[in-house]
Design a protein around this ligand. Structure first.
Ligand SMILES: [Zn+2]
Length: 190
């Protein structure tokens, strides 16, 4: 298993912790961001994180792991490997989370949603809704990092690490006031 201190030091060493001026998907601004893709670029570590999530899961055993692309792809695959089940993913099509590529969820199958980071919970809820619409039973959700603060998901959830999230309303953002350009994470070549 990975202890929290070890995971934090790995995230730092892999370049996952970014400092700057970021536009979050919620529309809020933040002075920091976790680029989990940096932490997942090492396959051995991705495998360890997936194994730790599966080992720590106390909910119903999933029949299938489902992740929203892109962020959830690698960690979802590794969680599925640890559970010994299949892995499929949703993609946005006309801004709606959709199962494409012929992916199907047999009715009544227990599905766990796996993400890299829970921030607003929006993509997790959308992915769960698409699975439920396909007839799945939502067993819960997992992520490497949870930045949701006091917010919770409406089903069992597990994360390896909770991190605080400093946010500013755009009109009250000190970084905007200082004239620092705001960056949408994922769209910039760091
Ligand atoms: Zn700002």
């Amino acid at each position: 298993m990975i202890d929290e201190e070890e995971l934090r030091s790995y995230l730092a060493a892999s370049g996952a912790f970014l400092e700057g001026h970021f536009l979050l998907s919620s529309g809020l601004h933040s002075p920091n961001y976790v680029q989990c893709a940096q932490a997942l670029k090492n396959p051995a570590w991705a495998g360890r994180m997936g194994a730790a999530l599966a080992a720590g899961w106390s909910g119903a055993r999933p029949d299938l792991v489902l992740s929203p692309a892109m962020g959830g792809l690698i960690i979802g695959h590794e969680v599925a490997r640890a559970f010994g089940v299949d892995f499929i993913f949703t993609e946005r099509e006309n801004n709606v989370m959709t199962l494409r590529r012929g992916f199907r969820i047999p009715a009544g199958k227990k599905v766990v949603i796996v993400e890299d980071v829970f921030t607003t919970g929006k993509s997790t809820l959308e992915t769960a809704a698409s699975a439920a619409a396909a007839g799945a039973e939502i067993a819960g959700a997992m992520s490497v990092i949870n930045r949701m603060g006091e917010r919770t998901l409406p089903f069992p959830a597990l994360s390896l690490l909770r991190l605080g999230l400093t946010t500013y309303q755009p009109d009250k953002c000190p970084l905007c006031a200082a004239g620092t350009p705001v960056v949408k994470p994922g769209s910039r070549k760091f």
